[in-house]
Ligand binder design. Structure first.
Ligand code: GDP
Ligand code: MG
Length: 746
């Protein structure tokens, strides 16, 4: 936005508006130009000179003093910088605004930044004290050490330009640190006395200067509440004298070298601390308390904010500036950290989103490790950089960052566990089904309960491992116990379902067995009907009731024993896979019902028209054509064919009402089917009833009575059977009659 400043200087420079490269920083960087514009290239200068990454490990020195007192020359000699100096022949001001350069003298401490401030008592700027004041404020807000460059012959000249400058510095200092009572930053005023002839010892010069400083201090008006503050509450003093550079060039170089040794870390000399107004330093000039505690990577932003306040004549409030800086930098660092986070976590989020879009659960490999490491790395990176800034702001921004990171990880982790849950449940039922199939194939009795327990343990273990991997110690939201509980619960539900299916398979097998047994047994009983002598004739002749009369008793008995055996088989097997009592009870209830229905079907099959007629015919023929000894009759005309026929027919005809109803001979009543089947157990679920045929007298709501259930032949069918049987018997009789006559004729 600002037009590049046209510089009259030769060589490399980096002025406002340029975007310089490292090579262009030969003269350092112009922080503030003569139009009082701040140069935001300062940040790239600090990066280029590797200061930006130094944290608090850097130092800032500003030099003050009248114009053309050899300030730039001093800095260049002391710090190896390349600030522009006035040419010997052309007496005009060269340093414009404020320049900064990094120290290049190897023997000094790392990362010393030097600011060369445009000289005052402006010969070329007229009596404009405005810039002097502003630059003093700027220097005090940023620098640890203020070098005051002064000619020896000016020492003691209380009215001199330097004294005006110092007055400004003191006033500005009070203004600046008024608001910052808790930290009370100190600065070192380092007087470098130039063109020291040597007649007056440095100690004397120092005393004179301190007297003057004290005088100035007492002369300035102090803000309310600070009336009693002393100069030494804010400033330490140091002094050095240098010989004339042009007249004593070698001595000048030596003394500069000596002076350079003082730009290292230092401490206080406790003994001399209170002797004079000044405080002696031991070792070097850089005391920790001078440091403004602005992290190097935020210096540019801070300096710009400070300058903005200064240049716009706003109340410069350093704590506020530091807070603003902290917010700005913490946000910036947070964004950088989130880029790191994105790089590691973004692709995983995409994979998960894609998987859920196509509805296929995806368990990301090593998510826990990646998440944990990334989280730690990001928070650590933030902590290292942002932790140097305003504590409260840092804490807040850190919490914000963690919130953002954790929100995304949380979504990812929940998705992961959902996927692990889904695929875990699926692989559990697959594995159980597979094991059952293998068990069935092998023919050996497989233990369903064991299969379920083994596969459940496997799946649960896998899920637990995932949960453990995702858990970050000390991070509450990574407690996934509820998910684990839910997973186990679902496995149990699936187990129950699979067990139920297994029960069904078992039930089907047992039912099939019942059917086959009933088929044989019932068939056998009905076949006995074919033999008319089995019952040894008519009831009135023998003492024993005919076998035909026991038909249903025998069928019921054999049915009951088959069912009982089936129940035993079912119970044993079901218990082996840990079916519950209730489940077994439901299974048995179903088994009894289905067995009854199977029996009814089997009976219906036996009494089907053709079948039963055949049986009756056999029964009748047996009685008619065979004598009591079982010898076939040869009909003779004299035989009582009609009598035998009638007895045989009537005997067989008694079977029809007997066959029509399932009735026990002992009670002349149907078997107690409702008791046999029993009450419907409480555990019966709708699907348990889906495939059940209603049973009369048992299922009352069905509207069919037990009597109806026990009706084997309807009235109509019965009559029809009687008619057809009689016809058939008549045929047999006629045939017998014919054969008798025919036998005579032969
Ligand atoms: P600045 O304006 O304070 O930065 O002064 P410069 O460093 O540009 O120097 C101004 C003039 O003073 C130049 O011509 C220098 O050669 C000269 N100069 C530098 N050092 C000394 C010194 O130690 N003694 C004297 N008398 N002149 C000096
Ligand atoms: Mg200069």
């Amino acid at each position: 936005s600002t037009a590049p400043t046209v510089s009259k200087m030769n060589g490399h420079f980096a002025a406002v508006g340029d975007a310089p490269t490292k090579a262009q920083y030969g003269h350092g960087v112009q922080v503030i130009d003569e139009d009082k514009e701040f140069n935001s290239n300062l940040s790239s200068y600090l990066v280029a000179t590797d200061v930006a990454e130094a944290g608090f490990n850097y130092h800032l020195i500003s030099v003050f003093g009248s114009q053309s007192t050899g300030k730039s020359t001093l800095l260049n000699n002391l710090f190896g910088t390349d600030f522009n100096v006035m040419s010997e022949t052309e007496r005009r001001q060269t340093t414009k605004g404020i320049w900064m350069s990094k120290n290049k003298t190897a023997s000094m401490t790392d990362n010393i930044l030097v600011m060369d401030v445009e000289g005052t008592d402006g010969r070329e700027r007229g009596e404009d004290q405005d810039f002097e004041r502003k630059s003093a404020l700027f220097a005090l807000a940023t620098s640890e050490v203020l070098i005051v460059n002064i000619w020896e012959h000016q020492v003691g000249l209380y009215q001199g330009a330097n004294m005006g400058l110092l007055k400004t510095v003191f006033e500005v200092n009070l203004q600046l640190f008024l608001k910052d009572k808790q930290s009370t930053p100190r600065s070192l005023l380092f007087f470098v006395i130039r063109d020291h002839i040597g007649n007056t010892p440095l100690a004397n010069l120092r005393n004179t200067l301190i007297q003057d400083l004290t005088k100035i201090w007492s002369s300035i008006s102090k803000p309310q509440g600070l009336e009693k503050v002393r100069i030494e509450d804010y400033f330490d003093f140091a002094f050095a004298a240098l010989p004339h550079k042009i007249l004593q060039p070698e001595k000048f170089v030596d003394e500069v070298k000596n002076l350079g040794k003082r730009f290292v870390a230092g401490s206080r000399n406790a003994k001399t601390q209170l002797e004079h107004g000044d405080r002696e330093l031991e070792g070097g000039v850089f005391l920790p308390e001078y440091h403004r505690r602005i992290p190097a990577d935020g210096f540019s932003v801070y300096a710009e904010g400070v300058w903005d306040q200064i240049v716009n004549n706003k109340d410069l409030d350093l704590p506020t500036q530091q807070e603003l800086l902290a917010q700005f930098r913490c946000d910036e660092i947070s964004r950088e950290v989130l880029i790191l986070f994105d790089a590691a976590i973004g692709p995983l989020e995409e994979q998960q989103a894609e998987a859920s879009r196509i509805g296929k659960p995806l368990v990301l490999a090593d998510l826990g490790e990646t998440g944990k490491q990334t989280r730690e790395k990001c928070v650590k990176a933030f902590e290292i950089q942002a932790g140097r800034y305003h504590k409260a702001v840092y804490a807040r921004k850190r919490a914000e960052l963690e919130g953002k990171i954790d929100q995304r990880l949380k979504t990812l982790y929940h998705g992961q566990l959902t996927a692990a849950h889904k695929s875990g449940v699926a692989s559990f039922s697959d594995a159980v089904a597979g094991d059952v199939k293998a068990g069935q194939k092998s023919g050996a009795a497989y233990e369903f309960a064991e299969i379920v327990a083994t596969e459940k343990a496997k799946c649960l273990d896998q899920f637990k491992t995932e949960v453990q991997n995702l858990t970050i110690p000390g991070v509450a939201w990574t407690n996934f116990t509820p998910q684990q509980v839910l997973f186990e619960k679902e496995l149990d539900e699936v187990s129950a379902r699979l067990r139920k299916e297994e029960m069904r398979r078992l039930a089907t097998r047992v039912e099939r067995w019942v059917k086959s047994r009933l088929g044989d047994a019932v068939g056998l009983e009905f076949n006995k009907l074919g033999s008319g002598r089995a019952g040894s004739g008519a009831p009135e002749e023998g003492g024993k009731p005919p076998t035909e009369k026991d038909l249903w008793d025998r069928i019921w008995a054999v049915f009951a024993s088959i069912v009982k055996e089936a129940e035993g088989r079912f119970t044993d097997r079901a218990k082996s896979f840990e079916a519950s009592e209730a489940e077994v009870e439901v299974g048995l209830w179903r088994l009894r019902r289905k067995s009854w229905v199977a029996l009814r079907e089997r009976v219906d099959e036996e009494v089907m028209e053709g079948n039963i007629l055949l049986k009756l015919r056999e029964n009748f023929e047996d009685k008619f054509r065979y004598d009591e000894a079982g010898v076939p009759r040869i009909w003779r005309p004299a035989d009582d064919i009609e009598g035998i026929y009638t007895r045989a027919r009537e005997s067989t005809l008694t079977l029809i009402p007997l066959l029509s109803r399932f009735r026990l001979s002992t009670t002349y009543a149907p078997p107690d089917l409702p008791t046999f089947i029993g009450h419907q157990p409480v555990g019966v679920e709708p699907e348990d009833e889906d495939d059940l045929t209603p049973i009369g007298g048992v299922d009352e709501e069905d509207g069919k009575s037990l009597e109806e259930e026990m009706t084997v032949l309807s009235e109509g069918k019965r009559q029809d059977l009687v008619v057809r049987f009689k016809k058939m018997a008549d045929g047999v009789y006629v045939e017998a009659k014919r054969s008798a006559i025919g036998g005579v004729a032969q």
